[in-house]
Design a protein around this ligand. Sequence first.
Ligand SMILES: *Cc1c(COP(=O)(O)O)cnc(C)c1O
Length: 355
Amino acid sequence: MKKHNFYAGPSILSEYTIKNTADAILNFADTGLSLLEVSHRSKEFTAVIEEAAQMIKELLEIPEGYHVLFLGGGASMQFCMVPFNILNKKAAYLETGTWAVNAIKEAKLFGDVDVVASSKDANFSYIPKDFVIPADADYFHFTTNNTIFGTEVRKDIDSPVPLVADMSSDIFSRPVDVSKYDIIYAGAQKNLAPSGVTIAIVKESALGKVERAIPTMLDYRTHIKKGSMFNTPPVLPIYSALQTLKYYKSLGGLKEIEKMDVAKATKLYDAIDSSKMFQGTAAVEDRSIMNVCFVIKPEYAELEKEFVDFASSKGMVGIKGHRSVGGFRASIYNALPMESVDALVAAMKEFEAKH
Ligand SMILES: *Cc1c(COP(=O)(O)O)cnc(C)c1O
C-alpha cells in the first residue's frame, strides 16, 4: 500500500532525493565507490558541497557578504552557537514554542535575555503581535515555524536590531529576504535532507564582535574559513540536500513551492474547519503551512485513538500530535504530494460519516 508520510521530522523527502541518494550509495559519481566510503576531501565530494552551498544561495537569493555553512549538532547546537558568537550583553527572544524555549535557555548562559513576548499562557497556540524589540539588544531571535504547535511567522519581521531565525521546519517553503537577517539556521531533517546536517547562513559582518573565547568547533569563523571542511562534515545528508535543492529548482523555485504549500495547507484547513468532528488548535491567522495541528472535538473525544488507527489502515503515518498538544498533527512539508492531503481529507470525511 502507498504510504502517506506525515511525520514531523525526520520527514518525507522527494523521491528524486531518495533515489539519487540510493544510487550514490552504490556508486557515487562514477567513482566505483559508495558515497558512504568516499573521502570528504575527494574532488567529487568537494564539488557536491560547493554546489549545494551555491544552490542555497541561488534559491534563497542570498546577497553578498553571507556564508552558507554545513554543520553538525542539529538545530539545537545553534541554540548555543548563536549566543556564543554574537551575544555581548543582551539578546531579545520571542517565545513561541518548545524550540524557542530551548533557545532562550541556552542564550541565558551568555548574557541577559529579554523575552519580548510569549504565547506560553495559551499553550503556544498563537504568535504574539504587540511586542517591542529593544533597540539596545545585540539581536532578536525568533522561530519562523513552530513545528510542534503549528504556528508560523510567514513574513520577514522588521527589526531595529539584527535578526536571527530558526527556520528548521519551514526553510525553502517561501522566498526570504535574507538581507534582513544576520543568521538563519535550519536542521535539515524537515524540508531538506536526512538528519545529520544543519545549515547556517551567516552574515560575515555579524561576527568578531564578542570578547569571549569561542571553542574552535563552535566558532562560525572556523567553518567559514574552511568551507565547512574544518572537520568531517556529514557527507551523506549533504549529498541528499543537494538532490533536494536540485528538485526544488526544477519545481520553479521558492515562489512556486510556496504556492503548492499554500494550496495543500488551505485544502486541509478547509476540511478541518468544515468538519463536525475535528477542529484546529492554532489561531487562524497564525496557522502554519507546514504543520497542521488539529484535535477531535470534546463530544467525540473517545474516538481519538480510533481515528489514528483508521488513518493508519489507509496508509497514513505520523499523524499523532506531539504529546504537548495532543490530537493530531499532519506535517505537510514540501515533498508531500497533494495526493496525500487528499487521502487524509477523504479519511476524515469517511470517518466522520461513519460516526
Ligand atoms: C526540529 C526542530 C529543532 C531541533 O532540531 P535538531 O536538529 O533535532 O536539534 C529546532 N527548531 C525547530 C523549529 C525544529 O522544528
